[in-house]
Design a protein around this ligand. Structure first.
Ligand code: FAD
Length: 392
């Protein structure tokens, strides 16, 4: 590890990896440190759906910008990143959901993202194993799927080609102005980027990021059974904790907080191997990584409702992961006003695989004083510090 460096990135998940390559591309000498190993953390637990989202203008801007970058990168991704331009189908189970589907279609189309409304017959032709009688779907053909841990390691390898260094097994215990400390060592650089995902507040205590647990289930190989990433239209309600399986909402133990609700939404992804990844759940349970079979039963029940053929499927593996959640569902990207030289790139909740590339580009643009492609204001970390709102 060389002594002269311009930036230290803490965290080698997909966000830290993407930051490393963008900063190195901007001519900075970068060191990435990770307490564990590259591409672990939430990145290893994720589904890897690269998806344009319309929850807010800011979320749309970040996801759409990222999708353009993932598309540009596609030709360079090695086979083990399992890049698949399969597109997303947003499913409307009942006719009553179709107006919402059409509104979503119009939103995308107005902003230059291809989106096509399918009726029930067209949907059945596109995905023959879906339950009959679904009202329709919105096809977003440019969405894709990747294998996130390998994508993170690919980004780090490319950053290394540009001179970046990676130190795995280096757990940071303290961030200071121009320095990181851990394991009895002090490493210095004018810029420090906290990209530690859901663990970021352990190093920058006032960051309002909490781990939001998610469970996933993966099946044996059934090639061709599902062709697109399938998501129910109400997924965003679940992401906000507004809805659980249609209309029922269960509050977490002893909690009245709406964000503490446990939610389940139908989300099935075809993997390059032919396996099916079944999601997804959201709950605030701290860092408890125990797998909850009752919650899994609800996820699988929801999946069976849409894909009855899964009744005969063999489940191979289940796991949990922690999304780095923020109060306004937007990540924190930019300088941290309380510590000179400290920057934040964290809090990407369930979209960090998608938004890593645009995050990194935005961060590198801000660091180097270039004009960013998208307005940085909605992601400014200063928004979470009372009285600092104006400091973008
Ligand atoms: C079940 C599930 C499904 C998901 N599905 C999708 C999806 O389909 N599409 C999508 O876009 N997103 C998805 N996500 C979200 C995505 O996984 C995260 O937003 C993303 O991985 C966050 O990346 P990160 O680099 O910020 O954090 P992480 O990947 O968690 O990386 C942080 C790194 O920091 C390191 N670190 C932490 N503390 C320290 C320290 N003190 N010192 C040194 N290193 C430290 C960790 O070891 C880790 O490697 C999903 C998440 C979950 C849990």
């Amino acid at each position: 590890v060389s002594l002269a460096r311009d930036a230290i990135v803490v965290g080698a998940g997909i966000v830290g990896a993407a930051c490393a390559i963008e900063l190195a591309r901007s001519g900075l000498r970068v060191l990435v440190v990770d307490g564990s190993f590259a591409g672990g953390g939430a990145t290893a637990a994720a589904m890897g759906h690269l998806v344009v989202m319309d929850d807010s203008e800011a979320q749309f801007a970040l996801t759409a910008c990222s999708l353009r970058r993932w598309r540009e990168l596609a030709a360079e991704l090695p086979g083990d990143c399992e890049d698949d331009a399969c597109g997303t189908l947003w499913l409307a189970a009942a006719e009553a959901e179709m107006p919402r589907l059409r509104t979503k279609a119009a939103y995308y189309q107005r902003r230059g993202v291809a989106a096509e409304v399918l009726d029930g017959r067209q949907l059945a032709a596109a995905e023959p194993w879906l339950r009959r009688g679904l009202a329709g779907a919105l096809l977003v053909p440019a969405d894709r799927v990747i294998y996130p841990p390998n994508a993170a390691r690919f980004l780090l390898a490319r950053a290394a080609d540009l001179g970046a260094e990676l130190r795995q097994g280096f757990a940071v215990s303290r961030l200071a102005a121009g320095a990181v400390e851990g394991q009895g060592e002090r490493l210095t650089a004018p810029l420090v980027i906290n990209a530690a995902g859901a663990a970021a507040p352990a190093l920058t205590p006032r960051l309002p990021i909490v781990p939001r647990r998610g469970q996933l289930v993966i099946t044996d190989r059934y090639p061709g059974l599902v062709r697109h990433q399938l998501i129910e239209l109400g997924y965003l309600d679940s992401a906000h904790g507004r809805r659980v399986e249609g209309a029922t909402v269960t509050a977490g133990p002893g909690s009245k907080d709406v964000a503490a609700e446990t939610s389940v939404a139908f989300n099935v992804q075809p993997r390059a191997t032919g396996q099916l990844l079944i999601g997804s759940s959201r709950e605030l349970a701290g860092w408890d990584s125990a797998f909850d079979p009752r919650l899994a039963a609800r996820m699988i029940g929801r999946a069976l409702d849409f894909l009855p053929c899964l009744a005969g499927a063999a489940v191979l593996r289940t796991w949990t992961g922690f999304r780095p959640a923020t109060p306004d569902n937007l990540p924190l990207i930019g300088p941290w006003p309380e510590v000179p030289g400290l920057w934040i790139a964290a809090g990407h909740e369930g979209l960090g695989i998608t938004t890593s590339l645009a995050t990194a580009r935005l961060l590198a643009d801000l660091v180097t004083g270039r004009q960013p492609e998208i307005d940085p204001a909605p992601y400014a970390p200063s928004r979470v510090l009372p009285g600092r709102e104006a400091t973008a």
